[in-house]
Design a protein around this ligand. Structure first.
Ligand SMILES: [Cu+2]
Length: 412
């Protein structure tokens, strides 16, 4: 209720602000609307990359990346028993031609396992020219959309050049842009008109209070005439008969049709990529300093690898806080949500093999506020989650830990 009120106030404020400001290009599209604990502790995206960001109509483009499903899945969010990997676009500007999870093609929703690691790839084809803001995202059943990182894509060329032809199992080549369109429009109109006619037939009678008074007066027989009964019987028999007859015609014309698929795809997680065990990170506590916009973690790092490791990055809800003392080339691509000097360590010395160190690390940047992640401290579920990236100083190997802790706010 409170959130509804806030949303109404925000929308109202937004509408009012339109009158006082010049129209500016809207840069966001609701990715910050979801509660911070859902964005930080459900799907943890990383290494998301587009093979190109400028391409032609008809040209293929692919996005690939990885994600970890947080172990510390919020208790108020339904478990990811049905999740759909999709691409958020402003309208049908691209078409999706292929989609893979852990290298397996899949069409339907999929059950994800908390703690599991996955990689994905989606192949798209440019349809409408323009410059668009695009995200991969997961639609979680009953929870909402968890956005992956967003990019701007530029599609060049002519919309009229777009072709979307597929070969059916009968070997016929069809144009998906227009195939069956007339049929679809006809049936929508047909059922719409029939339903409207049926509704209007009854709406012209006395309604509500006059009807109630007639019933009270024992005049119900006058409300339903023999003609009404006849038409009702014709509808009752005619509609199912029509559906069955048209269905039979369709089956005769297209004997080898595959029904729309409604099953859940079963794809198991990869072998552990995050929390894989060689370098362990345990979060002892987390404090958010409101005036400084900084999150301070006390972590216990246990290095069981054979080389020294250093903490390089903390990533949560697509915001990357990089360790300014470790600007290594392998530290991931930069996005518009990278705080290059956002991460500082209490003790910058590499953690030696066999060493167990308890230390504080601080992720400080205005992103906590601009990405509305600081709303966490006013949530009923004030727990943070994210991925901590550690790098082997000698071999550049990367270790990833999904860390989580309850957040205590500090207001001064
Ligand atoms: Cu966006």
């Amino acid at each position: 209720m409170k959130q509804l009120l806030i949303k109404c106030m925000v929308s109202l404020g937004f509408i009012l602000s339109l009158y006082t400001l010049n129209i500016q290009i809207v840069m966001a599209h609701g990715e910050k609307a979801l509660e911070p604990f859902i964005r930080m502790r459900t799907i943890q995206w990383y290494d998301v990359q587009w093979d190109k960001q400028k391409f032609n109509v008809n040209e293929e483009v692919s996005v690939s990346g990885k994600f970890h499903v947080a172990e510390d899945w919020p208790v108020s969010v339904p478990k990811p028993e049905a999740a759909f990997l999709n691409i958020s676009t402003p309208g049908p500007v691209l078409i999706r031609t292929e989609r893979y999870l852990n290298g397996k093609p899949f069409m339907n929703s999929v059950a994800l396992q908390p703690g599991g690691d996955y990689d994905f790839k989606i192949v798209l084809k440019g349809r409408l020219p323009g410059r668009y803001h695009i995200h991969p995202f997961f639609n979680l059943k009953d929870a909402g959309q968890v956005m992956g990182p967003g990019v701007w894509l530029e599609i060049t060329g002519n919309a009229s050049d777009f072709s979307n032809e597929v070969k059916t199992i009968n070997g016929e080549l069809i144009d998906m842009e227009t195939y069956g369109l007339g049929n679809g429009i006809f049936w929508h109109l047909f059922w719409g008109l029939l339903a409207t006619a049926w509704l209007l037939w009854w709406l012209r009678r006395p309604l509500f209070i006059p009807r109630y008074r007639m019933l009270q007066a024992g005049l119900e027989d006058e409300l339903v005439t023999p003609n009404d009964r006849l038409i009702a019987k014709a509808m009752l028999v005619g509609v199912p008969l029509l559906v069955l007859a048209v269905n039979a015609m369709t089956i005769r014309e297209y004997p080898n049709a595959i029904p729309l698929q409604a099953s859940l795809d079963q794809i198991l997680p990869l072998s552990a990529q995050v929390n894989a065990g060689v370098v362990d990170v345990e979060t002892l506590k987390a404090e958010y300093r409101v005036p400084e916009r900084s999150m301070e973690f006390t972590v216990k790092v246990n290095n069981r690898s054979e080389n020294p490791v250093q903490i390089g990055e903390f990533a949560t809800a697509n915001v990357h806080f990089l360790n300014k003392d470790l600007q290594a080339a392998y530290q991931g691509g930069s996005t518009s949500m990278t705080a290059f000097e956002g991460l500082s360590l209490e003790n910058a010395a590499p953690i030696q093999p066999g060493e167990q160190r308890t230390m504080t690390i601080t992720a400080r940047d205005g992103f906590w506020e601009s990405e509305k992640l600081n709303g966490l401290i006013r949530d009923a579920d004030s727990r943070i989650g994210g991925l901590l990236f550690l790098y082997d100083s000698e071999t550049a190997a990367r270790y990833i830990s999904s860390i989580t802790a309850a957040v205590i706010p500090k207001f001064n």
